[in-house]
Design a protein around this ligand. Structure first.
Ligand code: MCN
Ligand code: CUN
Length: 788
């Protein structure tokens, strides 16, 4: 027995930029997505959507659709209602129509479904359904919704008065008022974070398969949280939970779009139960863009109390959130992190107060969408725009102003102005790395020179920390289910293994990175470990993947279950080495005798012994499960710096450079982390420069296709310079990792907008709302006014 300690990087452990194992099948076209699922006797479902944003339904005539050869079923709200399925609960304890019964409340709302032999017949038959609508005036923004004579959108709700969903406040009002009384200067900013859409390549879909003989319901679907769906189906459809199997196969991008429950899922399930045949529903792109979980759409107003020397004394904020017709994103009174109160966590600010109002409008409902982590995106955007405006009002350098107000390295854990506890960070160090990389002093000189020649150069900084990794079960739950996550590890006889978790990758690379954590903890080469997620019949119960929670929670469970396995392997090693357990030491992949280090056994030998040579009285096998309930969220930090040149004549702006310094603690796979950052920065650039979904006065959705809704291609996307030298391990995570999935999309937009605003300093313009389109910039330059 002469095993040696292993080289962690060689076995694909922590810190190895191991190639993504899932990509082998993705790039060869061998992925298995929901639409790839084909079952014997399968039927196809299409949805009829409302052309009107707000209308009373007088009648629905489905007779012509029923008459089409090949049609098996036509579902309407009335039929759903007989089974108590016309409405379903949302994440925020509101209700959402599955199929409309009384009214339609947004353009694209689901009105009826046809199930037929093929999707084309189903689509044609949908068009034969006659719906008699009585149009009502549409409400396309919160201000219209708040007018005294505005039509009440949710007249289905008992006790609903007008269109206000909630009025909520948090923070220290009296303390904040005092801070403003003591201020030398008050800086103000107002802006709109427009509605956007995650727009994953794959749209939503499901294949429901109810087998009357076995009573088992199997649903393949594009969900980021299969166990939550199983629980919801069990509760809403009153089916026994063990008879429901939810399978999330490969997912072609989620970005939060695949968190909510959509009517299409529910209707395909009911149709399969009624017809006793598999029913497939695959949404088209327009359906996806106009009806599924959008992101943002928040109006923000804030002010900052400042001392002459640059100290921030207090912050006041108000938001008006446009939630669409059904309130389905997380609300802070129901879910702790939400709306804007994660803001200003990186700064040491004595007092803050936030008021928030949510309003129903005739738009699609929102969700936990687009790398938002429950509206953290809007919070960080407002924070960094406000900080830039305050620095400019004070006449203090932007970088210096941030640095002087940062929470200091020795101040952790730190209570944020809204009461969260941040864990760790080296904020000033990250900023220094960023400033050095962009050559800050030199750029300022160049900028001054360029101004003399009439050229507009700008530099924008965004620094932020965001809460990632819900939850801890004390404070976070979804519809009453406490938030934690899980991992199950089974080591086979030959030392190979299978790992399952309660998370669900949609492209983030969990199959690659989870194996790396096991390799780190046990010394089993990552290539010897299969990772499986997304099947509720096999995976341990977990809350799924969103809010960049997988590494903070499921990833921690992977480390913990590996440690449980190691504890048992140690007993096996002692038995094989014929020494007592206390005399056994561990190094990567190997146990050895303390007094005779050359005598050792490998983890693989222990695995074999677990099935072939265990000590008397020991339970055979080498497998275990861990449920992890994190003590806190993780708080990664980032600095994004952008330089731009703006063309005075056309308003076109080009990114000159973009530097990103991300500190997400220990990086499991540096290459995957960089991929996550680049993806997020590209989304940030998209939102800042081109992407939004808007509505005309009649409530028509503009942005329902890729002609109107722009995604940046490789041609537009700027190059990024990434820096990874600052690593502050998360003090409460077993391997010191923090989440990274959303950071760049959350922190990035403000860097781009701040850069353009910096270039326009001479105009005195305070704000141009996103997307910062050339015509808006031109208007700002030409008329010297804010543009929204
Ligand atoms: N990682 C790492 N080291 C760290 C942190 C993370 O190596 N310190 C790795 C992880 O192991 C994982 C990836 O980076 O492989 C992202 O991890 P994490 O930050 O834990 O985020 P999640 O896995 O929970 O992913 C969710 C997050 C969210 S909320 C959105 S939205 C988003 C995002 O991930 N959607 C994505 N990135 C996406 N990337 C792709 N390709 N597709 C999506 O739909
Ligand atoms: Cu907010 S989008 Mo991600 O949490 O799935």
């Amino acid at each position: 027995m002469t095993t040696q300690a292993l080289d962690e990087i060689k076995i694909g452990g922590l810190g190895s930029s191991r190639k993504r194992v899932e990509d082998d099948r993705f790039i060869r076209g061998k992925g298995n997505y929901t639409d790839d699922v084909v079952l014997p006797g399968m039927l196809h479902m299409e949805i009829l959507r409302s052309p009107l944003p707000h209308a009373r339904i007088k009648s629905i005539d489905t007779s012509k659709a029923w008459a089409v050869p090949g049609v098996h079923l036509v579902l309407t709200g009335e039929m759903m209602a007989t089974r108590n399925l016309a409405w379903m609960p949302t994440l925020s304890y509101d209700t959402q129509a599955v199929l409309a019964t009384d009214k339609v409340r947004f353009q694209g709302q689901e009105v009826a479904c046809v199930i037929a032999d093929d999707p084309y017949i189903a689509k044609d038959a949908c068009e034969l359904i006659e719906v008699d609508y009585e149009a009502l005036p549409p409400i396309v923004n919160p201000w219209q919704g708040l007018e005294p004579d505005a039509p009440v959108i949710r007249d289905d709700k008992v006790g609903q008065d007008g269109n206000v969903i909630y009025n909520w406040e948090v923070g220290d009002k009296a303390g904040t008022d005092r801070a403003f009384e003591q201020a030398d200067l008050v800086s103000k900013l107002e802006l709109h974070y427009p509605r956007s859409h995650p727009s994953p390549i794959e749209c939503c879909g499901s294949v429901a398969d109810f087998n009357r003989a076995t009573q088992k319901l199997t649903v393949y679907m594009t969900t980021q949280a299969p166990h939550i769906i199983r629980a919801a189906v069990a509760m809403v459809a009153e089916l026994p939970e063990q008879m429901i199997r939810i399978i999330s196969p490969d997912i072609g991008g989620g970005f939060g779009n695949k968190v909510p429950v959509y009517p299409g899922y529910v209707c395909s399930i009911l149709a399969s139960i009624l017809l006793e045949r598999p029913v497939k529903w695959i949404e088209d792109k327009t359906g996806n863009l106009i009806s599924t979980g959008f992101a943002r759409d928040i109006y923000l107003k804030g002010e900052m109390a400042l001392r002459k020397d640059g100290k921030i004394l207090g912050v006041r904020m108000h938001t008006d959130a446009d939630h669409g017709a059904f309130f389905s994103d997380a609300q802070p009174s129901k879910f702790k992190i939400g709306l804007m109160h994660s803001a200003f966590a990186a700064y040491d600010i004595p007092a803050a107060h936030l008021t928030a109002r949510g309003v129903y409008t005739n738009k699609a409902p929102g969700g936990v969408a687009y790398r938002c982590s429950f509206r953290v995106t809007e919070a960080m955007f407002f924070q960094e725009r406000m900080v830039q405006a305050a620095a400019a009002d004070l006449g203090i350098d932007q970088a210096e102003f941030r640095r002087m107000n940062f929470v200091r390295d020795d101040d952790f854990p730190h209570r944020t102005p809204f009461g969260f506890l941040t864990d760790s960070g080296q904020y000033a160090k990250c900023l220094d790395v960023g400033l050095k990389a962009i050559d800050y002093e030199n750029f300022r000189k160049e900028q001054a020179e360029a101004r003399k020649q009439g050229r507009l150069l700008g530099l924008g900084i965004s620094t932020m920390t965001e809460p990632l990794g819900a939850g801890n079960s004390r404070e976070y739950d979804i519809l009453g289910i406490k938030m934690f996550d899980s991992a199950e590890l089974k080591i086979h006889m030959t030392g190979k293994a299978i790992l399952r978790t309660g998370a669900k990758s949609q492209g983030q690379g969990h199959e690659t990175t989870w194996a790396q954590i096991v390799a780190h903890e046990l010394g089993i080469p990552a290539d010897d470990i299969t990772v499986e997620e997304g099947d509720t019949d096999t995976a341990p119960f977990g809350m799924g993947t969103y809010a960049s929670r997988s590494t903070p929670v499921a990833g921690a469970a992977v480390a913990m279950v590996s440690r449980k396995i190691r504890a048992k392997a140690r007993k096996l090693a002692a038995h094989l080495l014929e020494v007592s357990e206390e005399d056994v030491e561990w190094e990567l992949g190997r146990f050895y005798v303390r007094s005779a280090p050359q005598r050792g056994v490998s983890i693989q030998e222990c695995a074999m012994a677990a099935y072939s040579n265990m000590p008397d009285g020991m339970e055979p096998g080498l497998e275990n499960t861990a449920y992890y309930d994190p003590p806190n969220l993780t708080w990664p930090f980032a600095v994004y710096i952008v330089t731009v040149e703006v063309d005075r004549e056309t308003g076109v702006w080009d990114v000159l450079r973009m530097v990103a310094v991300d500190d997400c603690g220990v990086r499991i796979n540096p290459m995957i982390v960089e991929g996550q950052i680049m993806g997020g920065l590209t989304e940030a650039y998209a939102m800042a420069s081109m992407q939004f979904i808007t509505f005309d006065a009649d409530g028509n959705c503009v942005g329902s296709n890729y002609m109107d809704y722009l995604l940046p291609s490789a041609w537009e996307t700027p190059g990024y310079e990434l820096h990874s030298e600052v690593v502050t391990p998360c003090p409460h995570h077993p391997i010191g990792a923090k989440g990274i999935g959303e950071c760049a999309a959350v922190g990035g937009p403000a860097a781009f907008v701040n850069a353009v605003m910096d270039a326009l300093e001479e105009t005195g313009v305070r704000n141009i709302d996103m997307p910062v389109l050339p015509d808006r910039v031109w208007e700002a330059i030409t008329y010297r006014r804010d543009v929204s």
